[in-house]
Ligand binder design. Sequence first.
Ligand SMILES: *[C@@H]1O[C@H](CO)[C@@H](O)[C@H](O)[C@H]1NC(C)=O
Ligand SMILES: *[C@@H]1O[C@H](CO)[C@@H](O)[C@H](O)[C@H]1NC(C)=O
Ligand SMILES: *[C@@H]1O[C@H](CO)[C@@H](O)[C@H](O)[C@H]1NC(C)=O
Ligand SMILES: *[C@@H]1O[C@H](CO)[C@@H](O)[C@H](O)[C@H]1NC(C)=O
Length: 302
Amino acid sequence: MTSIPYLVLIMTCLAGLFWGASCEGAYSGNFLIENCNWRRRHFLNNLGAKVNVSIARFADHNLSRNLTCITNIYALEGYLRLKVSRFSLLGSSSCRTSSERLKIFHHGLQTNNYITWCGETYAEELYFKDTVVLEYNTGLHGEGDGFDIEVSRVGRPCGNVQTLAVTNKTRLLYSPLYPDPYPHRLDCYYRLLGPGKNLRIRSLSHDIEWDETCDYDVLQINQRKFCGSEIIDVLETAQSTDTSVTFSTDGSYAGAGYVLEYFNEQDLSVVCDGDTSLNPIDLQGGENSHFIELKIKQTGRR
Ligand SMILES: *[C@@H]1O[C@H](CO)[C@@H](O)[C@H](O)[C@H]1NC(C)=O
Ligand SMILES: *[C@@H]1O[C@H](CO)[C@@H](O)[C@H](O)[C@H]1NC(C)=O
Ligand SMILES: *[C@@H]1O[C@H](CO)[C@@H](O)[C@H](O)[C@H]1NC(C)=O
Ligand SMILES: *[C@@H]1O[C@H](CO)[C@@H](O)[C@H](O)[C@H]1NC(C)=O
């Protein structure tokens, strides 16, 4: 399919918004609504308007395999904020075609501009402009607990300080509109609060306007400034973790922005007494998101 029919659908629906006509019948394609209980579209016309998109806890539903549920959310000429309060799908964080998964599209299903989440790795907050499309698929191997996402219309991205909880599971932090260019004149401020030492923050993707002293657009983690496409890998080892992450942009060039991952790095010790073999260590969370460092300390011979 080309993107033209999709555009026509969108236009039909937008026209429907103005003339009060229904566009329910205007959708086509190989998706089912079945019992995700999602409406196909929501128009958030006013600032502060909200809608919840959820997949119930597994015990409460019974969806078929490879079932796709789609909802389109529109805020004409406005920003949409996604606040994710629960996200737990079955399987690992690396997505396969058989995984239970959630795709989040910027401009519509026919674009390549989307992010995909599997397992339990997600961002607490995301921003989109004008439209966001959520496409959930049950996968082939069963379902996890599900998710709760509140989508609200906001005036600008990053209105308030966001407090993000750091745990031993990987979480993500995206620049607003990622991977579309981030908006001008942003002032985003996050406080990462964790239970203890070893907060690790790493970039998975990083494209911010470059300047020798990062004077234009800048991502700052505590006192350290990052811009350009320099790889970020920060380990904060303070006893109590309260790390500030800010992202400020000016009125000129904008890059694709960043995706950061953050988690509490674990310190696991294994005792080899010369007699026993090592036991496997079970690391929670995304399988490709842990930094494993092996330190061997010789303490004596038997
Ligand atoms: C969305 O869910 C949250 C928490 O689950 C609830 O407080 C809020 O009222 C819901 N909003 C809407 C628009 O249903
Ligand atoms: C779930 O769906 C299957 C197949 O559609 C059906 O056989 C089964 O009874 C359903 N289970 C529940 C708890 O509804
Ligand atoms: C899932 O369904 C889609 C559309 O119905 C189909 O194209 C795809 O091959 C199916 N995937 C698997 C893994 O069966
Ligand atoms: C991760 O954190 C949870 C909750 O704080 C804890 O129960 C669990 O044991 C931790 N996992 C590891 C591998 O440290």
